[in-house]
Each structure stands twice: as C-alpha cells, then as structure tokens.
Design a protein around this ligand. Structure first.
Ligand SMILES: [Zn+2]
Length: 481
C-alpha cells in the first residue's frame, strides 16, 4: 500500500461514514447497519496500513488516526448504543409529555418558569445518567487500552495536538474559573429573577439561561432574516456560501445542540440546529457558520490529514470568532441598527453567559483532564465533577450530570478546547481589528487573510502568527465590568 492510496481510500470511507452518521444526528432515516459497515471498513484499512507502512513513513497525526481507526468498529457500536439510549431510554414521561435527551433543551425553554416541573424532569433525567455510564466507561477504556498498546496516552496526544502542556492548560482552566466565580454570582443575582423568575439553583443549568436570557431581544430578531444578512456579508468577504447547507427544522431524534458537519471537505458542509428562540438561534448560527466557513475554505488538494485531522482548539477558534459577531457592539449597531442602550443590555447579558461558560466549562475541563491524568472510574469522575461544579459554579449539582451532557460523555476530551479557542479567538480578533479595521467583517482583505492563510491550510495553520496563548486578552474582555 502506498501512502497516497491510503489517504484516498480513508477519505472515501470517512466521508461515507459521516454522511450516514449525519442522517442519524439530523433525525432523518438512517441505516445503523451502514454506519457499522463503514466503521468496519475503516478498521480494516487502518490495521492494514499500520501493518504495511513503515512508522516513519506515516505523518504523526495520521498514524494516531489509524491507531484510533483500529478500534473503529467497537467504538461505533458503542456510539450507536449511546445514541439510542439517549433518545429512547433517558427520558421522562408525564401524561402526554415526553422529554428525552433529544428535546430536553427545547422543552426546558418552553417550561422555564414552571420550576417544580422543570426540577422533576431534571432530577429524573440526571438520575438516568446511570443507564449511559457502562457504555461511556467501556468506550473510554477501549480507547485508552488501544492507544496504550502503541505506547501512547490520550491526554498526551491531546496536549500535543493542541500545542499546550498539562501544566499550562490546567493553570488556565483553574485560574479563569476562579476569577470568574465572584462576578458570575453577582451578575446571576441581578439577572436571574428576571430571566428565570427566581435565584439560580442547581437545575438551572447554562442551557436554561442560554435560551432565556436574550428574550427581550427575541421580538427584534424574529423580524430579521439574519441568515440571509450574514451570508451576504460572508460572500462579500470572499467566502463561498453555496457549499454550506442549512437545516433548521425541528425534528424528533435530531440532536438538541446546534452543530456543523463537515462531511466532505471542502465541498459538503452542513449546519444543523432546531429553531428554539430567535436571538439564541442567531448566536448559534454565527457559531456554526464559523465552522462552515472554515470547513469550506480548507484547500481541496492538501493531504487527508491536513484536511480532516484539525485540532478542536483550532476548529473552535473560527466558530467562536464568528460567534463574537453576534454580540459585537459595532456589528449590532452598524449592521443591525440596534440602539446604544439595547446593545449595552445585550453586552451585559453576554458577559453573564461568558462568566457562566468559564465556571461551567472550568468544571467540565478540569474533570476531564483529571480523568485521563489520574485514571478515574466513572463513579470517581462523577464524584469529582460534583465537587468542581460546586467550587466554580457554586451549585450542588448531582455529579452524574456530566453523563447526560451532549459533549462530556461522547468525547474523550474536548471541553478544554473551548477555552483554548476563546483565548486564541480574542488574539485573532485583535489582529484582525489592528490590520483590517474595527469592522473587519466588511473587509475583503480580512476575508482573504482568514480564508487563504489561516483556514486554507487546515491543520497546518500558522498559529504563531496570531496566537501566543495569552489568556489576559480574553479574560480582560470577560472580567471587566
Ligand atoms: Zn463549535
């Protein structure tokens, strides 16, 4: 087997696998059998490549992908099991109402003020995290043992991909969560009575706030065709929006959180979300479109590993950059015609959400880093999660909550990447403003720079050009009053 053959064959299989998995996530008819078949083929090919090619011949990140691919069949089985359990077994039923992990968030947003009922549903669903625990535990164990056989460890590879160290990352996570806690609690006391009709309690998680907090702006945003408006801006920057398909329909079985699926890079990129509330959907769209612009700008001709093995901290840098437009004061005034007062109120609420993010993702990230570093069991992980949640968010959250989250149990690591990405996003935003002006989104040169120089090379992004991982720029934006 030649390296070039491996790349072509692997891309073909990965695309077919993602195409069918996408249908599952979108709540469309899908074939579990087909997903499994493709996973089996990926496993065969990965094992064959590892056998036939010299280690020195295979680029490092591609080799990691192949080693991961060698257990693709079992991992896909477990993922399918988890998906079905999330949709069918982790649920709450009261009269005609059915809540599961697929519609929990939209249900919460409709029942935000019905506190007792929302608490009952919350408790019931979190309790059923138990049903997912054995599958999550096995998935992580399979991954750990498989990499271990090749002398690799999950945390070490992650840190190398993200170009950081355990010490540096843990320090950033702890520092920012601690710094955020005070201002977060203060602002929560001010805003919660209006947003959820009472002070915050453990069952009022970040997602309850996310769709409630911008309610005073929903009327305005209902009237704005922001998809059209944003897409025109991106076209003017030089991005090709024809490659991006958008699915905003509400559908049973569809994933509750917005996402972007880069099925075939760069020509088949899809954005998925379920319309929930106008302003929340607007910010979600901005985030997911950032992923889509990235995926559709990666150069077609570069090797598989540069296109498909992009670290999460890089991918999330572009999505959070474009998400920042949704709450950029100049963008809101100039592009959407909002008044100074309205913009200030959006900024206040956004600050609260950022502080909530730092505390909540502080707990998520630290637990996950420790999980791999210390080798926790699922039970120990849940115990520790409860402690960290209390420490940073200041609520007595049942530790099992992480098992019903949409990212925590499904990825070995990922949560710390959001923090890394936010730090880089602020550095990048500074650079864009300095070089292309405050309204960088109106500059074709800025578009060209992002598209050609930063997104085009995929995983080989010249990171050092804009990022030194200086947390101060981002944290100052969030912490300043
Ligand atoms: Zn994202």
């Amino acid at each position: 087997m030649k390296l070039s053959e491996l790349r072509n064959e692997l891309e073909k299989l990965v695309v077919e696998h993602s195409r069918e998995s996408y249908r599952q996530l979108a709540g469309l008819d899908y074939s579990e059998k087909k997903i499994q078949e493709k996973a089996n083929e990926i496993e065969e090919l990965s094992k064959k490549a590892l056998n036939e090619l010299e280690t020195s011949e295979i680029p490092r990140n591609l080799r990691w992908r192949l080693i991961g691919g060698a257990v693709s069949s079992r991992i896909t089985e477990l993922e399918n099991e988890i998906y079905k359990k999330r949709m069918n077994e982790v649920k709450f039923r009261e009269g005609k109402e059915k809540v599961n992990l697929g519609n929990w968030r939209t249900w919460n947003s409709k029942n935000a003020l019905n506190h007792q009922k929302r608490k009952r549903v919350f408790d019931a669903i979190v309790q059923q995290g138990n049903k997912l625990a054995p599958l999550v535990e096995e998935g992580f164990k399979v991954v750990k043992e498989n990499y271990g056989e090749h002398g690799l460890d999950v945390l070490g590879m992650y840190l190398e991909m993200e170009e950081t160290s355990k010490k540096e990352l843990l320090e950033v996570v702890k520092y920012s969560a601690k710094k955020a806690k005070g201002p977060f609690e203060k602002l929560s006391e001010e805003l919660s009575p209006e947003v959820i009709g009472k002070q915050m309690e453990y069952y009022d998680d970040i997602y309850v706030y996310r769709h409630r907090i911008y309610r005073p702006f929903d009327e305005t945003f209902k009237e704005i065709d922001y998809v059209k408006m944003l897409n025109e801006i991106f076209e003017d920057m030089g991005f090709n929006m024809d490659k991006v398909k958008i699915d905003a329909e509400q559908r049973e079985g569809k994933t509750p959180s917005p996402m972007c699926a880069s099925i075939k890079i760069p020509e088949d990129i899809r954005i998925l979300y379920q319309e929930t509330t106008p302003f929340g959907d607007f910010t979600s769209y901005c985030h997911e479109v950032g992923h889509a612009l990235h995926g559709s700008s990666i150069k077609k001709e570069i090797p598989f590993e540069h296109k498909y093995i992009v670290p999460m901290g890089i991918a999330e840098t572009f999505s959070t950059l474009f998400e920042s437009l949704a709450t950029d004061e100049v963008f809101l005034k100039e592009e959407l015609g909002l008044s100074e007062d309205r913009v200030n109120e959006i900024k206040r609420r956004e600050r609260f959400m950022e502080l909530f993010f730092l505390t909540f993702y502080g707990a998520n990230s630290q637990m996950k880093l420790e999980y791999w570093d210390k080798g926790y069991t699922i039970q120990e992980a849940s115990q520790r999660y409860g402690e960290l949640y209390d420490r940073y968010v200041g609520q007595k959250m049942p530790g099992k909550y992480w098992l019903v989250h949409h990212i925590m149990p499904l990825y070995t690591l990922y949560c710390p990447s959001y923090l890394i990405a936010n730090i880089r996003k602020s550095e990048l935003r500074n650079k864009l403003i300095k070089e292309f002006g405050r309204q960088w989104w109106g500059s074709r040169d800025a578009g060209r720079y992002l598209k050609e120089e930063l997104m085009g090379p995929g995983s080989r992004i010249p990171l050092k050009e804009f990022s030194k991982m200086k947390k101060e720029i981002y944290l100052n934006e969030v912490l300043k009053e």
